[in-house]
Design a protein around this ligand. Structure first.
Ligand SMILES: *Cc1c(COP(=O)(O)O)cnc(C)c1O
Length: 399
């Protein structure tokens, strides 16, 4: 499968351009036959060959599809990677990467990874003979003790969910490489706009495209990018062999969403900062967790490692589960629902929703209390969102 179809004389210019220009142009060349400015959605499962084995770079749609390739090329360009591979979900991306390890391998993972990743590591990877050790990475150097001779992968997510703890990617990358181990960073929460893990030393970056990259809450998809040709070749082989590929239609939609990623991320972060500050100033709030606040214990690391603070906020309302529920019922522009990263604002209660399957003991250790509320700040007007949150607080918490 060749990437030639989308490469023309302008590609070097595109790859060197700023983020928004890359988001709009990478992989998006007008159709050479019709001149269509938007590359057409390519639904065909098979491709005509000129002679046996002679074709234009595509033979069968699981192995390679023009709409998928355009999307993969675009995400790679945004992450500063050479290669991108799309999968049917963020979870399928994780599963495919774990499948690339020989049985008997060992993974070191940050302890508060995404719930589905935790479930895969503890319930599925173990059945494949891959063992995972979870470590608290508040201090990056604490990872060193977890390495074993068979450690093949370090898995990191930053900021974590829902307590928005940061991991120092550069420090972890250095330790991982000293132990001859590859580093995977799940960059879903920051998106390529705010954080570039490959530049900080990561070997693979993964995303749940379902969140910010698609950004419109209407596609489930995942992607992995890397500049390491060996890793790419292995994962491309597995993408085709396992076959957990996204539909061409979803690739088309996600590519359309990605073109406004820079605009959306700026707005998510502007509003999140305003809401975080309003929450912190409220007597109805116990504490606010947002990397953009100086009160965040890793605010300095956030400033160093990220180009912005993102659209996710967690806060503890003054009260109990009932108070939290009263808040969630009273907001008007935040829909009570799981997931994140869409244009619309969402709110949820991690203890009983996204992290309900985490044991009470682990929830306590991670600080996922029953008054902890998570907000995914959308791109509605900032003033409306701030007013909405303050009004719901007033209705929920009687002083
Ligand atoms: C949602 C999410 C995933 C899983 O992605 P799916 O597309 O839902 O399979 C992985 N990591 C993070 C950080 C997520 O938020």
């Amino acid at each position: 499968m060749s990437a030639k179809y989308f490469i023309n004389d302008h590609d070097e210019h595109i790859l060197q351009a700023n983020f928004g220009t890359r988001a709009i142009h990478a992989g998006q060349h007008p159709d050479p036959v019709t001149g269509a400015v938007i590359p057409p959605l390519s639904l065909s499962t098979t491709f005509k060959q000129h002679g046996a084995g002679e074709h234009n770079g595509f033979d069968y749609s699981r192995s390679g599809n023009p709409s998928r390739q355009a999307f993969e090329f675009a995400v790679a360009a945004l992450e500063g990677a050479k290669y991108g591979l799309a999968f049917s979900s963020g979870s399928a991306t994780t599963a495919t990467i774990v499948s690339s390890l020989p049985s008997g391998s060992h993974i070191v993972s940050v302890n508060d990874v995404y719930g589905g990743t935790y479930r895969y590591f503890t319930k599925v990877a173990s059945a494949l003979g891959v063992e995972v050790t979870f470590v608290d990475l508040k201090d990056a150097s604490s990872i060193a003790a977890a390495f074993r001779p068979n450690t093949k992968l370090v898995w990191v997510e930053t900021p974590t969910n829902p307590t928005l703890r940061l991991v120092d990617i550069k420090a972890v990358a250095e330790i991982a490489h000293k132990h001859n181990t590859k580093l995977v960073v799940d960059n879903t929460f920051m998106s390529p706009f705010f954080q570039s893990p490959l530049e900080l030393g990561a070997d693979i970056v993964v995303h749940s495209v379902t969140k910010y990259i698609n950004g419109h809450s209407d596609v489930v998809m995942g992607v992995a990018v890397t500049s390491d040709e060996q890793i790419y070749t292995k994962l491309a082989f597995l993408q085709n062999s396992i076959g957990a590929v996204p539909s061409a239609f979803d690739c088309f939609l996600a590519n359309r969403g990605l073109k406004t990623l820079h605009l959306r991320m700026r707005q998510h972060a502007t509003s999140a900062q305003a809401i975080a500050e309003a929450l912190e100033a409220s007597p109805r709030v116990e504490n606010v967790i947002y990397p953009g606040l100086p009160s965040h214990p890793q605010h300095d690391l956030a400033k160093r490692q990220q180009r912005g603070f993102g659209g996710m906020i967690s806060f503890r309302i003054k009260g109990d589960l009932a108070t939290a529920n009263a808040f969630l019922r009273n907001v008007k522009f935040f829909t009570l629902a799981e997931s994140l990263g869409g244009v619309e604002s969402l709110c949820e209660l991690p203890a009983t929703m996204t992290h309900g399957s985490v044991s009470a003991e682990d929830r306590a250790a991670l600080g996922i209390t029953e008054n902890l509320i998570r907000l995914s700040v959308g791109i509605e007007d900032t003033e409306d969102l701030v007013a909405d949150v303050l009004a719901a607080l007033e209705a929920a918490v009687k002083l």
